[in-house]
Design a protein around this ligand. Structure first.
Ligand SMILES: C[S@@+](CC[C@H](N)C(=O)[O-])C[C@H]1O[C@@H](n2cnc3c(N)ncnc32)[C@H](O)[C@@H]1O
Length: 201
């Protein structure tokens, strides 16, 4: 696989929303969420972990608008909602060995065979995400697609050198829903999957 070309992304895209300085502090744990949708997970996660800083990125205006309206009802200074394309924003703003945990929850599966390069774990950008992790840092993915979970675990381990764990769950197994998509899938009776890749160095 080709390497992620951070310099090219930086040259070709503007940095419309730079990282605020209070989010640059290596002593405070940093969490990143990619594809945050309407923000249910980042709002709840960051409320329950106020000692961490969290950046949650969503690219669509519609979903980000709902996220931001929800956030504005009860702003949390430790959570930064970002309206951007995650690849560009992350390339501009985050540096190696700075992130403790990355969430990618219910990404669009792009299931066609020829769309492998659109699935996060198979993109050169995923190698950049691994570089951003601190030692022992984790990437947590959730999906309702078994093929996606199996493929993600296989890439995390064989391509990206992460130590992996995975499990599956049904509606009756979870005390609360993490995201709106999770709620929709579990309420329909579907099985969901979590895959965790940990950077062991
Ligand atoms: C299927 S939705 C899941 C949303 C949320 N995580 C949930 O589970 O409810 C996937 C989300 O990822 C967002 N997304 C996809 N590619 C993105 C990118 N490159 N940067 C930021 N967000 C992205 C989409 O706009 C969409 O809101």
């Amino acid at each position: 696989m080709r390497n992620f070309d951070r310099e090219k992304i930086i040259q070709n895209t503007p940095n419309d929303f730079p990282l605020p300085p209070e989010f640059i502090n290596s002593k405070v744990p940093l969490v990143l969420e990619i594809g945050a949708g309407t923000g249910m997970h980042p709002i709840n996660f960051s409320k329950s972990r106020p000692e961490m800083r969290m950046i949650a990125i969503e690219k669509t205006s519609d979903r980000f608008g709902k996220f931001k309206r929800q956030y504005d009802k009860c702003p949390q200074p430790q959570l930064l909602p970002v309206h951007a394309h995650a690849v560009s924003w992350v390339a501009h703003n985050l540096v190696k060995n700075s992130v403790d945990q990355i969430f990618i929850l219910y990404p669009n599966p792009n299931p066609k065979k020829q769309d492998l390069n659109k699935r996060w774990h198979a993109m050169p950008f995923f190698g950049h995400l691994v570089d951003l992790l601190k030692p022992n840092g984790k990437i947590v993915m959730r999906t309702n697609e078994q093929f996606y979970a199996e493929e993600a675990e296989s890439f995390m381990s064989a391509q990206w050198g992460l130590y992996t764990k995975s499990f599956e769950f049904l509606d009756s197994d979870v005390p609360e829903y993490k995201t709106l998509f999770e709620k929709k899938y579990l309420e329909r009776g579907q099985r969901c999957y979590e895959v965790i890749g940990q950077k062991i160095i």
